[in-house]
Ligand binder design. Structure first.
Ligand SMILES: C[S@@+](CC[C@H](N)C(=O)[O-])C[C@H]1O[C@@H](n2cnc3c(N)ncnc32)[C@H](O)[C@@H]1O
Length: 192
């Protein structure tokens, strides 16, 4: 299995991607062409920039993409990056005038693990609900939300919340995601 996983890291290096995570986004996006069709994209938790590189490559020339992370990120062409905590006043101010203007919100965010499962699950749940609440405020009528989450006891209720919020919901485990990892991606299409 390690061999297969290393293949993605090797492939990322060969193709000039900053992380293997790029392939996860390529695989999730492919059937829906969400990046190609969006005019306004917001990426949350973007460092070191593997997803930003994919967005930069696939988005329309005139489409805007704003990316955010607690950590610094090297420039990616066509991506407007801010070194910000999502829970900051600055981020809240950024979103204030965006109601119905955003076509795609992507989050590959997860917290730094404490090693205490209950605490880590709760902190990631907080990040997940932050994204879902944000999507209700700023997504356009045909918008989409992609978030990283985890197979744990919170997944069922989170998926239900997605089903209440979106016309179509998918749980994705891209091939490039380590099989040993509990991470999965929730995709919500078309806000209700
Ligand atoms: C798995 S990494 C993202 C990898 C990225 N998708 C890529 O392809 O390179 C998760 C990121 O989420 C960021 N993050 C976690 N909590 C955050 C918060 N509250 N505000 C902003 N960024 C956050 C972390 O700093 C980390 O860089």
């Amino acid at each position: 299995m390690k061999e297969i996983q290393d293949t993605w890291a090797k492939k990322a290096k060969e193709e000039g991607y900053r992380s293997r995570a790029s392939f996860k986004l390529l695989q999730i996006n492919k059937p829906h062409k969400l990046i190609e069709n969006a005019n306004m994209i917001i990426e949350l938790g973007s460092a070191p920039g593997g997803w930003s590189q994919v967005i930069s490559k696939l988005k329309k020339n005139n489409a805007k993409c704003y990316a955010f992370d607690l950590l610094p990120m090297k420039n990616v062409k066509g991506i407007d990056f801010s070194n910000l905590d999502l829970f900051s006043v600055e981020f809240e101010e950024f979103t204030e005038n965006l109601a119905t203007k955003v076509d795609l919100i992507l989050s590959d965010m997860s917290v730094n693990l404490s090693g205490i499962k209950l605490i880590d699950d709760e902190s990631n749940k907080q990040l997940n609900f932050f994204c879902l609440d944000l999507s209700k405020k700023i997504l356009s009528t045909k918008g989409a939300l992609i978030i990283k989450t985890f197979t744990n006891e919170n997944l069922k209720s989170l998926k239900l919340e997605f089903e209440n919020a979106f016309e179509r919901v998918f749980v994705e485990k891209p091939k490039a995601s380590k099989t040993s990892s509990a991470e999965v991606y929730l995709l919500g299409l078309v806000p209700k």
